[in-house]
Design a binder for this molecule. Structure first.
Ligand SMILES: Nc1ncnc2c1ncn2[C@@H]1O[C@H](COP(=O)(O)OP(=O)(O)OP(=O)(O)O)[C@@H](O)[C@H]1O
Ligand SMILES: [Mg+2]
Length: 334
């Protein structure tokens, strides 16, 4: 089972405006309220594509209740963990050229008991050989040592740990032996402590995370696509988007697409043993990256943090390059 863990989820209000004028009255052209949080998005994207997962979500106050109601209404298998502080609300404003402005509340602190309850829920829900996918920022005040302990418990239980976060928590996940990390360009640059201006820089940084203990690194690079560095080598790719609408949640969709293929490949009930044995590992990595890029590009084409379903995917637009031009400079700002 894929279990997503969102330590600091939110109620997300997405607003589209003609043009954002600071200090003026701005008229919304559309508005929506969605369950928010990176792990929650991964579960929503998987659900939209028929891949089962469950979402462990701390839930507090009226906002927490509304978040859970929205998730349940969408059909997400939610495991709510009650907490004392109220769940946060975030606002995203999108302009027609795809520019997004976000205003994020810090969110409630978690007590050590609440954090332990979340960890217990994740381990119980994952079952043997499961995948625990921890995404998003740590809540305020959570020590890195507590997140490191969470990572060690997951890995120590023989589960596959996947982490999409930043800073010291990202480093701790690598050191704990996460199976997969999904930093974006800024997060990867920050954790290795240097700017990344070319594909070669990204590959070197991803290899550094592997040297700390991570199994694979899926580095997302916005319009430049993504780079996968795993035990089989390096694969890069991208998928052009004609009309980007909102990049919010694109990284979450990318990760969900990657997991949809990777977990299906590893889980015996979904893959005939003969196919599993004969599959070339390199082609498995390419397939997973290909699907990831299709889901990421589709998310960028959709408004707000809407997650793509099968009808939104354009797999034929994805370009995979297993012999990348490593000196190619990255174009998108990072
Ligand atoms: N402008 C774009 N054009 C085409 N593809 C894009 C664009 N922006 C993002 N993508 C796709 O989405 C993926 C994830 O984007 P990005 O690197 O911005 O993730 P992120 O910063 O983690 O996003 P978030 O945390 O908001 O989900 C990219 O790897 C790429 O496949
Ligand atoms: Mg991200």
């Amino acid at each position: 089972m894929i279990v997503t863990v969102t330590l600091n989820p939110s109620l997300d209000r997405s607003i589209e405006v003609g043009r954002l004028e600071r200090g003026e009255v701005n008229r919304a052209t559309s508005a929506s309220l969605d369950p928010g949080g990176k792990g929650v998005n991964v579960s929503r994207a998987l659900l939209a594509n028929g891949v089962p997962s469950c979402a462990v979500v701390p839930c507090g106050g009226d906002e927490g209740g509304q978040l859970i109601r929205l998730l349940v209404a969408e059909g997400v298998d939610v495991r709510a963990v009650p907490i004392a502080g109220p769940t946060r609300s975030n606002v995203t404003i999108t302009e027609p050229d795809g520019t997004t402005t976000k205003i994020n509340e810090p969110g409630p602190e978690l007590s050590p008991g609440e954090f332990a309850a979340i960890t217990d829920q994740a381990l119980a829900a994952a079952g043997p050989d499961g995948w625990v996918v921890a995404c998003g920022s740590a809540p305020p005040g959570l020590p890195t040592s507590a997140f490191a302990e969470f990572c060690h418990r997951v890995v120590g239980a023989g589960l596959h740990l996947v982490v999409d976060t930043s800073g010291p928590a990202l480093r701790a996940a690598a050191v704990a032996g996460a199976a997969l990390l999904k930093p974006n360009r800024a997060e990867l640059a920050e954790v290795v402590g240097r700017p990344l201006v070319s594909v070669r820089d990204v590959v070197a940084a991803a290899r550094e995370l592997r040297s700390w203990g991570a199994g694979a690194v899926l580095a997302s690079l916005g319009a430049d696509g993504a780079v996968l560095v795993d035990g089989h080598g390096v694969v890069t790719g991208d998928a052009p988007v004609v009309r980007p609408r909102s990049s919010v949640g694109a990284g979450d969709a990318l990760l969900a697409g990657f997991l949809a293929v990777t977990v299906a490949r590893n889980a015996p009930p979904r893959v005939p043993p003969s196919e599993k044995q004969t599959e070339n590992h390199t082609s498995g990595s390419r397939r997973a990256l290909h699907e990831a890029l299709a889901w990421g590009a589709a998310a960028v084409s959709l408004p707000g943090s809407r997650m793509p379903g099968p009808a939104d995917l354009s797999r034929d637009r994805v370009r995979i390059d297993s012999q990348p031009d490593e000196v190619r400079p990255l174009l998108a700002s990072g």
